[in-house]
Design a binder for this molecule. Structure first.
Ligand code: SAM
Length: 434
């Protein structure tokens, strides 16, 4: 493609397009033309397997013979021709006749002698932020280069890092909270597990849904840094709770989700860790479903496993612990004891929300028979630049936590696996250790 080109998108629906040739290149071209809705005619004495399969679907017409002069004009003039016969004389003849009849011609054998070129194409996937998007890449007649760039674009589309969100007309609720029109029916809610805090520990699906959201209802924990990547028209509702401070009740959060979805919006409920691990995600999902709002869940990397890992503490380790128990310490020591009661003696105990009642919990575990020298780790703000780990024992946990000024959010790990940290050290790659 030596001369300057003029990129254009064609509507070939119901229009005649001719493919001359029966090999794999012709098969690919014919398949793409069929998908575009063109009336496709293949002229070839022989066809490869792929093309034969396409012919068998009845979605195109095949002339089982060589190309003959006038084929581009009979029975009606074609709008476009692809020639890929493998015989340059035939391709040149097709190109000449196309030129004379003012029909755009793509030549597989000689891009420089073509009057049209097919770009490498990436299309957004249905149901994602990129739905309805077509990206065409042209690289001056170098199809491999174009394909490589197309693949990179595809990867970026899937990762949700491109600003591909379709901007919908804004809507406002009527007095009764019903859709005010323009949004096209009820929206949906995605409960997205954001992981423990690092921006790149959210799943690819969660990231893509976030990029497509009209409204994001976010927690205090999780990858809040991603919020600044959202467009200025995305409504961010911060319902983050700090310990002892509950600015937005669970009922209100449930109502918010339903309210925005009913306005036809794509709502992402961005949560720390995994939505269904001590995250009340189940309640939110039930509330949405009970109000006729479609809901989906995207699992997240839970802090229960990932925060100990960041501190070099595997929750299980061959020969040390073959199971682990995750419990909330928020409800009090009895609850923790009940959760640990049926666990194996070597099971690791992972406590979330365990800072406030640490003294009470540690004392209860010792009273219930756990050795007072059982290793304990308090891992604060895992996967953030402020990550800090304090190691201690059940007997000394409360005093050491106070002396170190340990604050929520922190994961408390109780068990022999804590000692592995001496060998592994911090593994998060971005931590600060006390
Ligand atoms: C309400 S629970 C939510 C847990 C979340 N659904 C999950 O799967 O990780 C909040 C608790 O998770 C723990 N947590 C969450 N993210 C943390 C982080 N980055 N570092 C330390 N602890 C964290 C703390 O124990 C915090 O009090």
């Amino acid at each position: 493609m030596g001369s300057p080109s003029y990129p254009l998108t064609l509507d070939l629906t119901g229009r005649r397009a001719v493919v001359v040739g029966g090999g794999p290149v012709a098969a690919r071209r014919a398949a793409a033309l069929v998908e575009s809705g063109a009336l496709v005619e293949v002229i070839a004495p022989f066809v490869c397997e792929d093309l034969a399969a396409l012919v068998a679907t009845g979605r195109l017409v095949r002339r089982e013979r060589d190309y003959v002069a006038g084929d581009l004009l009979e029975p009606t003039a074609a709008w476009l021709v692809h020639t890929a016969t493998g015989d340059s004389r035939v391709d040149a003849q097709v190109a000449r006749e196309a030129e004379a009849a003012r029909i755009w011609c793509v030549r597989a054998d000689d891009a420089g002698a073509s009057t049209a070129w097919t770009p490498a194409v990436a299309r957004g996937s249905v149901g994602t932020a990129s739905e309805g998007l077509t990206v065409a890449v042209s690289a001056g007649g170098d199809p491999r280069r174009a394909s490589a760039v197309r693949d990179a674009v595809l990867a970026a589309l899937e990762s949700g890092t491109l600003p591909v969100r379709r901007v919908r007309p804004s809507t406002s609720a009527g007095a009764d909270g019903a859709p005010a029109g323009g949004a096209g029916g009820v929206g949906r809610v995605a409960l997205v597990g954001g992981g423990p805090g690092a921006e790149d520990l959210i799943t690819v699906r969660g990231r893509a849904l976030l990029a497509a959201a009209d409204v994001v209802v976010t927690d205090r924990l999780g990858p809040r840094g991603l919020l600044r990547t959202l467009g200025s028209d995305v409504e961010v509702v911060d319902v983050g709770k700090t310990p002892g401070n509950h600015p937005v009740s669970q009922e209100r959060i449930n109502e918010l989700l339903v309210h925005h979805a009913r306005l036809g919006r794509r709502v992402v409920r961005l949560k720390g860790g995994d939505p269904f691990v001590l995250g009340r995600g189940g309640e939110e999902a039930m509330h949405c479903l009970a109000h006729g709002v479609p809901v989906e869940v995207v699992p997240g990397v839970t802090s229960a496993v990932s925060v100990p890992a960041a501190a070099g503490i595997p929750v299980t380790h061959r020969g040390v612990a073959a199971s682990f128990v995750v419990a909330s310490a928020h409800e009090g020591a009895d609850h923790v004891l009940a959760a640990a009661a049926d666990a194996a003696p070597d099971a690791t105990l992972v406590l979330l929300m365990g800072v406030t009642r640490l003294a009470e919990t540690a004392a209860a575990l010792v009273a219930a028979g756990r050795p007072s020298d059982t290793p304990v780790a308090l891992v604060e703000r895992g996967w953030t630049p402020e990550q800090r780990t304090t190691t201690t024992t059940l007997a000394a946990a409360a005093a050491d936590a106070e002396a170190a000024g340990v604050r929520a959010p922190a994961v408390v790990v109780v068990g022999q696996v804590v000692a592995l940290r001496e060998h592994l050290g911090d593994l998060s790659g971005s931590s600060v250790t006390a």
